[in-house]
Each structure stands twice: as C-alpha cells, then as structure tokens.
Design a protein around this ligand. Structure first.
Ligand code: PEP
Ligand code: MG
Length: 578
C-alpha cells in the first residue's frame, strides 16, 4: 500500500531507495515464541546477524576516513572482541533453544545480564565498557530486523539504503559519515538540530520530525525522500516513481550547473565583494570546502573531535587536527570554535547533566570555564595551530562580560606558558564571539571593544529568542527564522558591529538559506558561513543582486509585525529583478 508522510525538510535533494531501519535498544524489543520445528532456523537467523555485524565492523575497519580520531580503530577492535565472545555470540543460541523464544529476545536477555555484571565491576574504565556491549547488541538487533521476509530480494543493504530512525544523535551521524546511505529520515528532530546540520554535511537528502515513520515503514520497503518538500512516499506507484526520477535528474543537472561557479568571485551587481565561508565538523571536511569554492572557514565545530570516544583528545591530538585544517586552507581564515558541548551535543567525558533544561545549563563556554584544565589544553592547541595558518579563535554562547574576561585571562596564561616553552604561535590571534544568546545581541557593547570579530549563531539565537528547543519535533513548527524578534536581533547585531568597525558574520543555518540571502544582504551582512553544499546556490543569488535596490523593502520588512505580510515582503524581495 502506498502512503506519504510529511515532516521537516533538512537537507536537499531527492532519494529513491529502500528503507533500512535503524534500531536503538531504548526502543522495544519484541518477544514471541518459536515453534520447536523452527528453532534451528531461528538460530541460523541469529548466526547470520552475527556474521553480518562482523563483516560490517571489518568493513568499517578497512574504510576509516581521514580525520577520524585514532581511538576509533581501537574502539572497532573492542567491538569485534565483544561480538566474537561466546557470551554474546554463543549463549543467546542456547537461550533460543531452551526457551523457544525469538533471537532478539534471547539477545536482549543476555545483554541485560551482561550489563548487570558490568555494573558490579569496581574499576570505572571496565564498568563503562557496558556502553560498548550495548552498542554491539544494537548492531546485532539491527541486523536481525534486516532479516525478515519483508526485505525485497533485490535489496542489498547500503546499496540504495535510506536510513529510517526514530531518533539519531550527532554522534550516530558521525559514524554514518562512513556509510553510504542515500538519505535519512527520522521521527524526531528539528531543522537546526545538530543531527540535521550533520545530515547536510553528508550531502544527502533528509527529512525529520515525521513522528511515526519508524513504526510505519518496514525494512526493505521502497521509499522516496523529497528533501526539498519534506515529503516521504512509501511504496510509490509507478507513475509517482517516474515523476520523481525526472525531478531527481533535474535536481542533479542544476547542481552540476552550479558547480561551474566554484571559482567565480561572489560579487554583487553593484560590485560589492561578499565573503562566503564554510562550516566544518572534522578535518576531513576540508575537501568539501575546497570543492565548494569557499574562501575560508567561518566555523569549525571542534566538539566533534570529542565525540564517539571515551577519553578526551589531548593537546597533541587537537593540535594536529587544527594544524591540518590551518595548513590545508593555505592562508585563508580558519575559525576554530572552542568546545561547544552540552544540550543536544553531549560527550561521554562530561557527566550528563541531570537538569530539566540542558540547553539552558552548563554548555559551551560555561562548561569550558568550569573545566579550566580541559579548556586551557584546547586553547594551547589552537594557539599552536595558529603558527601554521590564518587561525581565528571563536567563543560559543557568550552571555556576559565575565565569561569573556575569564576566557581572555586563560588565553593569556596559555600564551605565557607557550612563550616560556619556546613554542611558536601567533601573538595577535584574532578572538571572536558567537552572538547566539539574545542577551549578548541586546548588550553588544559588553563585547565590542574586547573582541576582534562577531559571528551570529542564528540556530541558537532563534532557539533562545523564541524559547523553542531546536531539537524538539513537537515545537519544530514554531521555530521561525523570520519572526520579527529574530530579524530585529540579527539586523541590530550586524548594524551595531558595522558602526563599531568590527567584522561580523552569520554562521548559523540562516546563512545557507537561499530564501534569506537577500534579506541578510539588505541588513548589511557581507560575510556568510554555511555548509559547503549550500554555497554555490547562495553565490548564484549574490551574483544576481544589486545591494542599493534591496534597501526600501528591507526597511519595510524590519517594520512589519504581521507574519503573512512579512512572508509576502520577503518573497517580493527575492523575486525583484535587481
Ligand atoms: C548556531 O547556534 O547558530 C551555531 C552556528 O552553532 P551550533 O549550531 O553549533 O550550535
Ligand atoms: Mg550555537
């Protein structure tokens, strides 16, 4: 039966493929009886799943991408050891036999018992290995759900897989950077959740906030994902399929055309140069930056170096990662943002805060200042990398002057140490601040004068201005970049920075939103930092825009409070032949 579902489009393009269900152990594992005559087949199904996972892990080992922390290989080894141990690959077979139950249930029982044993271990390192057991079991469960008869015979896992998940964490997404999924869809999430941002960095279509996709779609079912309209069509009929194949082709053709703009300067019709920079998560993303034609990196989210591992990256490891990017950019700006963890980007080394509102809690600069040793290690690594390129340092989530002065003191201490140790760094490394808390946007003089540049983080600025959790699908429809309050804060920050002679960029998702390019230009923005995939489209708009022509409508927009009228004016701004 064909049906369609509507969610939020987060990464563009059209994918046509087969569903591959991603299973999390937090989700229910079903329990049913297996008649004695089918027990052997059930055990065989379990063995097949173990073999699939073993192959998967070996495959991952062979294709560790550049820039992956070295611990990743050790982590794969550990997972293979756990998988091959009799407690995981042997005992569930006996449980299936003895209890006459399904393989998933046998495995779940064995996992629960193993976790109980791990929890009694005194050594904290070994105790934490229970997480690894869970992750391995998750993989086997996922492989088991890949076995039912519903799988289309021609469907080969990963060949044309569309990942269907209830929810995905940013850490899960990092692991998917190594897989070849054609698209992904989730029940949860918002357009600017970090998971969605990472989906964009994978360059594959995706739709989030579908609510019941995971429950309704079955493994192997054919599906279409329209990453522009936020639509998912399950079991499409041949006519719909043909229509989407055509659209997919057109989309690819347009992308190809846009690629020709790579070396064209982003200059408006009236001759103003606009800086188009890229956002990255890992050093390996530098290739995409180069292909996009970006002239710098406006946001390097350093926290991704801290994910999917149980230890912290030390100074040397961080230095090598930052240096690699600095060198690769050959003199172009590389803006390294200090660790921005917490809320929807937890890391294993920081205890998960038992707090009702993690987005309002100990995250980003607040967390770093509460861990000065960890913070200073990162500052030293960034300073050292500054010797090898044009490195700028960016501080996330500033909300008051004390955070800034404490950070600058720590930075000075790091410099004193490096000088004493004779380690080179750039003395005048530019230090900037993210404007992503409304208080910072409204009290800019607190920061201007002490900082060398500003970068507006519209994702958090919208979240905090509108009190909308950016990762919560139940309020995702209220997350609105064109709310008058948001537009006011963005325009005000750009204007104030310019009056004070301090450079300002936008590095939140608004910078890569083609529907808002002219509006931001009208606000005076001359520096956009976005995911590389969006850059050619934004450049194309800039090339067709004359700045003086934007002024009358932009002024009107800033004085409009009716949302329909606002949408109408923005549409007119985008259509007007400049
Ligand atoms: C932002 O908040 O807009 C931003 C760029 O930072 P992040 O998305 O990493 O929170
Ligand atoms: Mg932010």
């Amino acid at each position: 039966m064909s049906f369609s579902m509507h969610g939020i489009a987060v990464a563009q393009g059209i994918a046509i493929g087969h569903a591959h269900l991603f299973l999390q152990t937090s989700l229910e594992v079903t329990h049913y009886s297996i008649p004695p005559e089918r027990l052997e087949t059930e055990i065989q199904r379990f063995d097949n799943a173990i073999t699939t996972v073993r192959d998967e892990l070996h495959e991952l080992e062979r294709h560790v991408p550049a820039g992956t922390p070295p611990e990743f290989a050790a982590f794969l080894q550990l997972h293979l050891m756990i998988l091959n141990d009799d407690t995981l690959s042997g005992i569930p077979r006996s449980l299936i036999q003895q209890q006459g139950c399904n393989a998933e249930w046998a495995l779940k029982q064995q996992m629960d018992s193993l976790i109980e044993q791990f929890e009694q271990i005194e050594d904290s390192y070994l105790r934490e290995r229970k997480e690894d057991v869970t992750q391995v079991v998750e993989r086997v469960l996922k492989a088991l759900t890949g076995q039912p008869a519903t799988v289309a015979p021609e469907h080969k896992a990963d060949m044309d897989s569309i990942l269907v998940a209830h929810d995905l964490s940013p850490a899960d997404m990092m692991l998917f950077k190594q897989r070849t999924f054609h698209a992904f869809i989730t029940d949860m999430g918002g357009a600017t959740s970090h998971t969605a941002i990472l989906a964009r960095s994978l360059g594959i279509p995706s739709v989030v906030a579908l609510h019941h996709a995971w429950a309704m779609i079955r493994e192997g079912e054919p599906i279409i994902v329209d990453g522009m309209a936020g639509v998912v069509i399950v079991n499409p009929d041949p006519l719909v399929l043909a229509e989407y194949r055509l659209r997919q082709e057109q989309w690819h053709l347009e992308r190809q055309k846009l690629k020709r703009l790579r070396t064209t300067r982003a200059t408006t019709l009236d001759g103003t140069d606009i800086e188009l920079w890229a956002n990255i998560e890992l050093p390996g993303d530098v290739d995409a930056v180069k292909k996009s034609g970006a002239t710098g990196i406006g946001l390097y989210r350093s926290e991704f170096l801290f994910m999917n591992r149980t230890d912290l990256p030390g100074e040397e490891e961080q230095f090598n990662a930052y240096r690699r990017v600095a060198e690769a950019l050959r003199g172009h700006v590389v803006t390294i943002r200090t660790l921005d963890i917490g809320s929807d980007k937890p890391i294993e080394q920081a205890p998960k805060a038992q707090t009702l509102n993690p987005a309002l809690g100990l995250r980003a600069i607040r967390y770093c200042l509460s861990e000065p040793r960890l913070f200073k290690t990162q500052l030293r690594a960034i300073l050292r990398a500054s010797h090898f390129g044009n490195v700028h340092l960016l501080l996330p989530m500033l909300s008051n002057g004390t955070e800034l002065s404490q950070t600058l003191t720590l930075l000075e201490q790091a410099k004193v140490e490096l000088r004493a140790e004779g380690i080179p760094f750039k003395e005048g490394i530019p230090v900037g601040g993210m404007i992503e808390v409304p208080a910072a946007a409204l009290a800019l003089p607190v920061f201007i004068g002490k900082l060398d540049f500003l970068s507006i983080g519209t994702n958090d600025l919208i979240q905090y201005t509108l009190a909308i959790d950016r990762a919560d699908d139940s309020v995702a429809h209220l997350y609105n970049p064109t709310h008058p309050a948001v537009l006011y804060l963005v325009a005000h920050t750009i204007r104030t920075a310019q009056k004070s002679g301090i450079p300002v960029a936008v590095c939140g998702e608004m910078a890569g939103n083609a529907g808002l390019t002219r509006l931001l230009l009208g606000f005076g923005l001359r520096n956009f930092s976005m995911h590389p995939a969006h850059l050619p489209e934004i450049k194309q708009i800039i090339l067709k825009t004359s700045l003086p022509d934007l002024q009358p409508l932009t002024r009107k927009i800033l004085n409009t409070y009716d949302s329909e009228r606002l949408d109408e004016l923005i549409a007119r701004l985008n259509q007007q032949p400049c």
